[in-house]
Write a protein that binds this ligand. Structure first.
Ligand code: SF4
Length: 309
């Protein structure tokens, strides 16, 4: 249990019911801006990290119980979802049971589209949200820190191959980081990469590390870099702001349990945690004191966050 979460408010997907397919930090990248902590299971192996049956059962139960309308069922979570070899089967199950009632999205680092099996698994989703953060191979290694064998060239070729055949929407996400990929030269190169994708992605989200990153030196770029990116990169819009909205807490019996579970996937601002506590009509001081023992408080960008790692 605990592999399906939410619906949680998402800056791009409204109320998103999240599906996590891997144990914490199972990824073939170790991005400097990751909000989930260090990559502890650094792998490029596709396998059934969590039994597919178990995920489907949990998904079924959560969809039946949730009281918040679902905009998207989203594959996102504790690692790279396309590393799970059962993702195609889960997508098939959602389609067979619900048809087009729910939109399906996959938030992915986009690294595995060079594999035909991954392209096949994802071909029936509504939206894919792959990342393109690097202007070139060298910066790819610095920002995304992929497992040895992966080359940026191969990653981009795979993505282009998928997009050519894909009937759904492609929304790229670019994480701009101060001093790493926010210079005019780097933004120009990223823009060229986006333009070389055919058809050109419907949306390109310009993001910044709004939540505490794994590497403490990671910084939010200056506004002028964000504006230059918006001017230069086709179909771009900014998501460089904090998300607002409600968390679905209906399946939790108390605020402590809810906050612990949510922070497993999602660093929470103290004010968001307090709001959850007030919704359970519990004593804020008592719950916060208990939370401090189980979680870390990290100050980042003038905000205090509760995080699990
Ligand atoms: S940000 Fe995503 S792709 Fe990068 S290390 Fe974290 S989980 Fe992996």
């Amino acid at each position: 249990m605990g592999n399906v979460f939410g619906p949680v408010p998402s800056r791009r997907l409204g109320n998103s019911l999240g599906i996590n397919l891997t144990p914490l930090k199972t990824c073939n990248y170790s991005c400097v801006y990751c909000q989930l902590g260090k990559t502890t299971n650094f792998t490029n192996e596709r396998k059934e990290y969590i039994p597919t049956e178990e995920i489907i059962e949990e998904l079924n139960e959560t969809i039946t119980k949730t009281q918040i309308p679902i905009d998207y069922i989203t594959f996102v979570g504790d690692g790279e979802p396309t590393l799970h070899s059962g993702i195609g089967e889960i997508i098939k199950w959602i389609r067979e049971k619900y048809g087009d009632k729910y939109k399906i999205a996959v938030v992915t680092n986009g690294s595995l589209f060079y594999l035909e099996e991954v392209r096949k698994d994802l071909k029936n989703v509504d939206v894919i949200l792959p990342s393109i953060d690097a202007p070139d191979e060298k910066k790819y290694k610095l920002i995304n820190r992929p497992i040895m064998k992966i080359e940026y060239k191969k990653v981009l070729e795979g993505l282009k191959m998928f997009v050519k055949e894909f009937k759904g929407k492609v929304w790229i996400e670019i994480m701009l980081i101060k001093g790493l990929n926010d210079s005019r030269e780097d933004i120009d190169k990223i823009a060229e990469i986006i333009k070389s994708i055919d058809p050109i992605p419907e949306k390109v989200f310009i993001n910044v590390p709004v939540r505490p990153p794994v590497e403490k030196w990671v910084r939010i770029p200056e506004q002028k870099s964000i504006l230059y990116a918006l001017k230069t990169i086709p179909n771009s819009s900014s998501i460089a702001f904090r998300e607002e909205g409600e968390f679905d807490i209906s399946r939790y019996s108390n605020s402590y349990e809810a906050i612990l579970d949510i922070t497993l996937k999602h660093p929470l601002r103290i004010e968001q945690a307090k709001k959850i506590i007030s919704e359970f009509n519990e004593n804020t001081e008592i719950v916060v004191n208990k939370l401090i023992k189980a979680l870390k408080i990290v100050e980042y960008d003038n905000e205090k966050y509760l995080i699990k790692w």
